[in-house]
Write a protein that binds this ligand. Structure first.
Ligand SMILES: Nc1ncnc2c1ncn2[C@@H]1O[C@H](COP(=O)(O)OP(=O)(O)OP(=O)(O)O)[C@@H](O)[C@H]1O
Ligand SMILES: [Mg+2]
Length: 451
């Protein structure tokens, strides 16, 4: 921890503006307007500008065009803020894609994809959707919100399935000419899984895949129960509609709730951390897009820092490559990767409230450093939540969960790092600010590398 904060002090020093010469203004008053204009011109040209137009054309007036083009290419190939939506930007994950295709095509089952945040669930389903559309599946994508309602979401899906695919409709009838959709067959107002499965069982002439992304965000347990019932009904009727649910969870039950009735009808697909060669593949996409290359050591360092998360591989790879471009280098080495991780840590730290920054830099956090990192590790798979036993599993054998629980409770005061939720038989904890867990994990990885 001490190392980490020493580093932060080092990199976060704000550049000091050149001091204004003392001694008063000697200029004649009548020149004021002229001087002001000149100053304004200088200031304006000094201000940072965009290096490319909104159309992605490079602005040759502001920067070397080759450099600006490399930056744009890097952003597209390694930018970490958006999921991958096309196959040419998708690296690795061949086994996950193959399993998903097999579950849909061979087994005709519904699929639940689960794993930690940023592991690549949304990217996988987008690339799967592209592949399935090539095989003439009708694939519809929906993202769930906390206040999502069953009837709203399935009405929106129905509104995208043309009546051409309804059992009762002949291709020559008026509803086809009027381009009507399945939603016209739904009752007004509220409806449930029975009406939805009645309607979806009437799909003919194609196969429909409904993707419900971010399923973990649905807070309403009735919604999950309705989806389970829909899956059961669709399976019992051998309907030509399959569901894919994705969400942050450590296991299947956590995501779909306790639903023994549909166990036979679904396949659980856990998203694993990336393998070393897959990390290399992602970075290679950046290399070929921008004409740069990562050394073997740099790739290995990104791999150890990212811990198998494609999000972190892209974030660090992108930052390291940008650092190399700033230095007019085409080879990215460990130094640029370390520079990238330090900048990422500084940014993450800056997003935390000052109180939390001070807590992290304080003595108490330093004393409990291993425990804090183990807790961050323990929360990775359940959107941050962990119990004392999960933390014990991350610490050397022999550390008792009971003593860990005492420490965690101490750290869970109203102004402290952890929040606590009491359940009937145990207390579960989570970092009050999600950024803290990422910060701890990344700085622990950096300390390991430094050692
Ligand atoms: N196979 C892949 N190849 C290249 N980049 C990937 C791949 N999978 C994921 N990424 C990148 O990792 C980041 C996270 O991916 P994605 O949004 O798909 O994860 P997620 O599991 O859906 O995250 P969340 O839990 O936040 O919804 C994105 O920047 C995405 O571009
Ligand atoms: Mg996602």
């Amino acid at each position: 921890m001490a190392t980490l904060f020493k580093r932060w002090r080092g990199v976060s020093s704000v550049p000091v503006p050149p001091t204004v010469a003392a001694g008063g203004d000697q200029r004649p008053a009548f020149l004021d307007t002229l001087w002001l204009d000149e100053d304004a011109a200088v200031r304006e040209s000094d201000l940072p500008r965009f290096s490319a137009m909104a159309s992605d054309d490079v602005d040759t007036a502001t920067e070397e065009p080759a450099l600006a083009r490399a930056r744009l290419a890097l952003r597209d190939a390694l930018g970490a803020s958006q999921p991958v939506i096309s196959r040419d930007r998708f690296a690795g994950r061949h086994d996950a894609l193959a399993q998903l295709i097999a579950a849909i095509e061979q087994q005709r089952l519904h699929v639940v994809i689960y794993g930690e945040r940023g592991i690549g669930k949304t990217s996988l389903v987008h690339v799967f959707a592209e592949t399935a559309r090539e095989a003439r599946y009708l694939v519809l994508y929906g993202s769930c919100g906390t206040d999502g309602r069953f009837d709203e979401i399935f009405r929106a899906f129905a509104a995208k399935i043309p009546m051409l695919y309804h059992r009762s409709v002949l291709p020559t009838t008026a509803v086809v000419e009027q381009a009507l959709h399945f939603d016209t067959m739904l009752p007004e107002g509220h409806f449930g899984p029975r009406e939805a499965s009645d309607l979806l069982s009437d799909v003919v002439g194609t196969r429909v895949i409904l993707i419900l992304d971010e399923y973990d965000r649905i807070a309403d347990t009735n919604f999950r129960r309705d989806v389970a019932e829909l899956i059961k009904n669709l399976s019992d009727r051998a309907a030509r509609v399959q569901l894919i649910l994705t969400g942050v969870a450590s296991n299947l039950d956590e995501l779909i709730g306790f639903a023994p009735s549909i166990r036979r009808n679904i396949v659980g697909l856990p998203m694993r951390p990336l393998k070393t060669e897959e990390i290399g593949e992602i970075l290679h996409l950046g290399e070929s897009a921008a004409g740069l290359s990562f050394t073997g050591d740099a790739i290995a360092t990104v791999g150890s820092l990212a811990g198998g998360s494609p999000y972190l591989v892209r974030l660090l790879g992108h930052r390291a490559a940008m650092a190399a471009l700033d230095q007019r280098r085409t080879v990215i080495d460990v130094a640029q990767v370390k520079n990238a991780v330090e900048r990422v840590l500084t940014d993450w730290n800056a997003t935390l409230p000052r109180r939390v920054q001070a807590l992290l830099a304080g003595n108490e956090a330093r004393e409990h450093w291993s425990l804090l990192v183990a807790a961050a590790e323990a929360g990775t798979y359940s959107d941050g939540w962990f119990v004392a036993a999960d933390v014990a599993a991350e610490l050397p054998a022999g550390t008792s969960p009971a003593s860990i629980e005492v420490e965690l409770q101490r750290l869970a005061g109203p102004h402290s790092l952890l929040e606590v939720e009491r359940r009937s038989d145990e207390a579960r904890f989570r970092y009050r600010f999600p950024g803290v867990a990422s910060l701890l994990l990344m700085s622990a990885a950096l300390a390991r590398i430094d050692r």
